[in-house]
Design a protein around this ligand. Structure first.
Ligand code: NAP
Length: 290
């Protein structure tokens, strides 16, 4: 880790609340080290009520850019001068660039989802897809699916069904895609929905550390050979859902690749530099196995 800082050291960081379990400082400070840049990445715990003051303060201090996480991903938009087409359509911003006081917002989760799914583009395009969750991450997932994979149909399953319905209405209006079927957790035909979907995506925190043994359902005979199951959870790197899916012949994709790619894209926006992805991934795997 870099140990000398001075007046020209550029500060980048993260705002959110709570932010105790974030890997972003590790990832970005490793990237800074790999690229030998004069930057430092710091986490700032900013509760919802302090967002306005935090944005003003960061502008005054000349902070070059920051990631934005829960609960600010939507509320940050009112303070920005520009919002990228992706972030504007998704309806949430996870990366802000401060160009001499002019703030631009981006959603790099979209890039992370795309990098994870692109190797399976031919199989996924035009197929039925099942998404579980209707929060911020699900929004980035749905945008990416509609824009890049033209699904035949999206089953949107969420604990609070009204929230799934809101997403359906939102994306029907924004992206002219209305082939959604919304369901509450656990619809009686969950197994059929799963088995008929080429791709199943978990965009909820279910199965995340320390609740490693949790899954969204019992999942017996729910998967088929060569089906793709993508869990956005990255800790553990292979969730119980992915273990079960793999045992039943599915291709299991964890959230780590998305995490690294969304970070690399944000890093590029702030510094103009491309991160060596494989080296970053190796460092993160080592860090997680400690
Ligand atoms: P969020 O906005 O808080 O949404 C959470 C979603 O999960 C909601 O739909 C919520 O349902 C559902 N949910 C929460 N607890 C649940 C439970 N016990 N049972 C069933 N459903 C539950 O969070 P988010 O930002 O979308 O993040 C979701 C997950 O994605 C997190 O695990 C996060 O770490 C992960 N993520 C990963 C990456 C990556 O780079 N790999 C990037 C972003 C997010 P209700 O609507 O009913 O509350």
């Amino acid at each position: 880790m870099k140990d000398s800082f001075h007046i020209n050291t550029k500060v980048i960081g993260l705002i959110g609340h709570p932010i105790k379990h974030t890997y972003s400082p590790f990832i970005h400070n490793i990237a800074i080290e790999l690229k030998k840049l004069d930057y430092i990445y710091l986490p700032f715990d900013v509760p919802a009520a302090s967002l306005h003051n935090a944005v003003e303060g960061m502008n005054a201090l000349g902070i070059k850019g920051y990631n934005v996480t829960i609960p600010h991903k939507e509320s940050i938009i009112q303070y920005l001068n520009n919002v990228s087409e992706e972030a504007s359509t998704v309806g949430s911003v996870n990366t802000v660039l401060n160009d001499h006081g002019k703030l631009s917002g981006y959603n790099t989760d979209v890039h992370g989802v795309l990098e994870t799914l692109n190797p399976y583009k031919d199989e996924i395009t035009g197929s039925q897809i099942c998404v579980i969750g209707a929060g911020g991450a699900a929004r980035a997932v749905i945008y990416t699916l509609i824009r890049h994979f033209k699904p035949q149909k999206i089953y949107l399953i969420n604990r609070t069904e009204g929230r799934a319905d809101s997403l359906k209405t939102y994306f029907s209006a924004k992206m002219k895609f209305d082939a959604f079927i919304t369901r509450e957790l656990f619809p009686p035909d969950l197994v059929e929905v799963f088995r008929d979907s080429k791709l199943i995506i978990n965009a909820t925190p279910v199965g995340m550390f320390p609740e490693n043994d949790d899954t969204i359902s019992t999942l017996e005979d729910s998967f088929i050979k060569n089906q793709i199951v993508f869990d956005l959870v990255y800790n553990p790197t292979k969730t119980k859902l992915l273990q079960i899916a793999e045992q039943q012949g599915a291709i299991a994709l964890g959230g780590l690749k998305m995490l690294i790619h969304q970070a690399a894209k944000a890093f590029e926006i702030w510094t103009g530099e491309q991160v060596p992805i494989e080296e970053l991934e190796r460092s993160l795997q080592l860090y997680l196995s400690d």
